[in-house]
Design a protein. Structure first.
Length: 304
C-alpha cells in the first residue's frame, strides 16, 4: 500500500507507467527511490528499469541510477541530444542478435583488454559496459578487430601480456601481427576457440570521424565455413552503418563519443581528457585514414 492508502499498480502497463512518471519528480532516481515512489517490489523495479534502459527509454548513469533515455527525450520533443556510443551500443547489439539469433557484442579497447556490451539471443536484456567484465584483446575477434587499427604502443602493450587460455590461443607476437595485417585488408577478425574452447566469433571495426577506430562489433558463429555466410553480411552492414552515424554526429555536433577511461596503471590524471591518436608507424591505417593524420577523441568516464 502507498502512504495515501492506494494499492501499487498491478498490470505491466501500469507498472511501467508508474516507473516513468517518477521522473516528473526528479531527473535522476536510484532503484530504491523508484521502488519507494511507486510502491513496487525492488525486484520488479530492477527488472523493468533494465528493460526500459535496453530500449533507451531510460538510461543508467555511471553511479547506477536512472534518468530519461534518448528515445523518450525524442518522443517528448527534445531532439537536440545526439546518442553517444554507449547508447547506440545497446541498440546495435540488440538488432544484430535479433537478426542473426546469435550472441552479439560491441567492445572498446581499454588498455590491454576489451570492455563490451553483450546481447545473447533471447529475452534477457543486454549486459552493459562493466569494469569487472572485460575480455583479453589478443584472444578474441573483438579485440583483434580493435588492435588491427590501434596505435603501435597499444599493440605492443598487448604483446607483452599474451596469456594462453586454450590450446588455440595466440601467444606469439609475430603470429598476432600476421593476423592484424590480414584484418586491415579484409576488415574481418576471427577467433577460433582462443578464449573459450569451441566458442568461435567474427568481428568488424567501427570507425569514427577522421577514420579512427573507436569500437568493434562481434558475432558468435557456429561454423566459420557455413555459418559465416549469413553472419558476415549482417555484421559488415551494422559496422558500416554505425561508423557512418558516428562520423555524422561528430561532424554536426563535435566529438560526442563516450569511451572508457584509461587503466589505473596509466597514472593519475583528470577524469576528462583529450587524447591524440597518431595514425601511421608500424600499425598500418585503414583506407579511410591518411598517414600521419591526428585524430582527437573526447574521453569521458563511462563505468560506475
Amino acid at each position: 500500500m502507498h502512504d495515501d492508502g492506494t494499492s501499487p499498480p498491478r498490470t505491466v502497463v501500469s507498472r511501467l507507467t508508474a516507473i516513468l512518471l517518477t521522473f516528473r519528480y526528479g531527473s535522476v532516481h536510484s532503484l530504491t527511490e523508484i521502488a519507494a515512489l511507486t510502491g513496487l517490489p525492488m525486484s520488479t523495479v530492477h527488472r523493468m528499469a533494465a528493460e526500459l534502459a535496453s530500449r533507451q527509454l531510460l538510461r543508467r548513469t555511471p553511479d547506477g541510477r536512472y534518468e530519461i533515455g534518448s528515445n523518450l527525450q525524442q518522443l517528448a520533443g527534445d531532439v537536440h541530444h545526439p546518442p553517444d556510443l554507449d547508447e547506440r551500443a545497446t541498440l546495435v547489439v540488440c538488432d544484430l542478435s535479433e537478426v542473426t539469433r546469435r550472441r552479439a557484442r560491441l567492445g572498446v579497447l581499454c588498455s590491454t583488454r576489451v570492455a563490451y556490451v553483450e546481447k545473447r539471443w533471447g529475452a534477457e536484456p543486454p549486459v552493459p559496459f562493466c569494469a569487472g567484465a572485460t575480455l583479453p584483446a589478443h584472444a578474441t575477434a573483438l579485440g583483434k578487430a580493435l588492435l588491427a587499427f590501434a596505435p603501435r604502443p597499444s599493440v605492443a602493450a598487448v604483446e607483452r601480456q599474451m596469456s594462453a587460455y586454450t590450446a588455440a590461443t595466440l601467444t606469439d607476437p609475430v603470429q598476432l601481427q600476421r593476423q592484424l595485417q590480414l584484418i586491415r585488408v579484409t576488415r574481418i577478425a576471427e577467433s577460433r576457440g582462443e578464449l573459450v574452447r569451441g566458442d568461435w566469433a567474427i568481428a568488424a571495426p567501427v570507425f569514427g570521424s577522421g577514420g579512427a577506430v573507436i569500437a568493434a562489433l562481434e558475432l558468435q558463429v557456429h561454423d566459420l565455413r557455413e555459418d559465416i555466410g549469413m553472419c558476415r553480411p549482417a555484421l559488415a552492414v551494422a559496422a558500416r552503418s554505425l561508423s557512418r552515424d558516428l562520423a555524422l554526429d561528430a561532424l554536426h555536433e563535435g566529438p560526442q563519443l563516450r569511451l572508457l577511461p584509461r587503466a589505473a596503471e596509466d597514472g593519475p590524471g583528470p577524469r576528462h581528457r583529450r587524447r591524440h591518436v597518431h595514425r601511421g608507424g608500424e600499425s598500418a591505417p585503414g583506407p579511410e585514414v591518411r598517414r600521419g593524420e591526428t585524430v582527437r577523441v573526447q574521453r569521458e568516464k563511462l563505468l560506475p
